[in-house]
Write a protein that binds this ligand. Structure first.
Ligand SMILES: [Zn+2]
Length: 243
């Protein structure tokens, strides 16, 4: 295998229909063009697709957004190496400094898909319904984002953000007490009228499913010497290292 290629196990572990692992190659001038011409978050999806060696036709839509973030760091690592500089502000004293982020220090949790349907089942505290939930793929998320954007551009949606939120919540709920909703209208009415406690229960059930790259590292402030939690992010040095 080419030394600029590496195979990575995906955090979603194939749960959403995508592969369990992918092989990426290092970025080249081809990807530079993608970086220069893409102005939104799809730049990450395009870079991954472009650098994916195996499977040959990677369907990004079948991955989870945690896979995308994991693969962006993987791509950075095989192209430029594991460490880069990031500017942070100490939350204790406000001191600004550069710290070294090392991707190899970050841990990746692979989703345990055994019994996942049970882990994604919740009984709501107020209306007592039992809901089967699912994790949304990037394909499902992108589809909703696009729909909301199109409708908002036509002036058909008053509050795009809350409409987007409702549609994603609807998509997340597979069924109620083991039965499908009769129609999308019924589901929407149900979702929009959930008691806040029930809504929080749904959100907690989803956030308990933890997997993906843990990008938080501990660094020490040079001024007050407190340990601070730093989240490694895609900063300018990430794809444009100056040293
Ligand atoms: Zn400090």
């Amino acid at each position: 295998m080419d030394s600029f290629e590496k195979t990575f196990r995906l955090p979603s572990n194939g749960l959403l229909g995508g592969p369990k692992e992918v092989t990426l190659r290092a970025m080249t001038t081809k990807e530079e063009k993608i970086i220069l011409t893409t102005r939104d978050m799809t730049v990450f999806e395009r870079l991954i697709k472009s650098c994916c060696v195996e499977p040959k036709e990677l369907d990004i839509g079948l991955l989870h957004e945690n896979d995308i973030m994991f693969l962006v760091f993987a791509l950075r690592s095989i192209t430029f190496g594991d460490s880069y500089e990031q500017t942070i502000t100490c939350p204790e004293c406000g001191f600004k400094q550069d710290v070294t982020i090392n991707i190899s220090e970050m841990e990746t949790n692979i989703l345990d898909t055994d019994g996942i349907d049970e882990k994604l089942t919740c009984t709501l505290p107020v209306n007592k319904d039992t809901l089967q939930l699912k994790l949304l793929s990037t394909g499902e998320i992108n589809k909703i984002d696009k729909l909301v954007k199109t409708r908002a551009a036509k002036g058909k949606v008053q509050d795009p953000d809350s409409y987007n939120f409702i549609l994603k919540l609807m998509e997340t709920i597979v069924n109620k007490n083991g039965e499908d909703f009769e129609s999308q209208d019924e589901k929407r009415h149900y979702v929009e009228n959930l008691n806040m406690r029930d809504l929080v229960e749904i959100q907690n059930t989803l956030s308990n499913i933890e997997f993906g790259l843990d990008n938080t590292l501990i660094r020490t402030c040079n001024k007050c010497h407190e340990d601070i939690e730093v989240a490694g992010v895609v900063c300018p040095e990430f794809f444009r290292p100056t040293k």
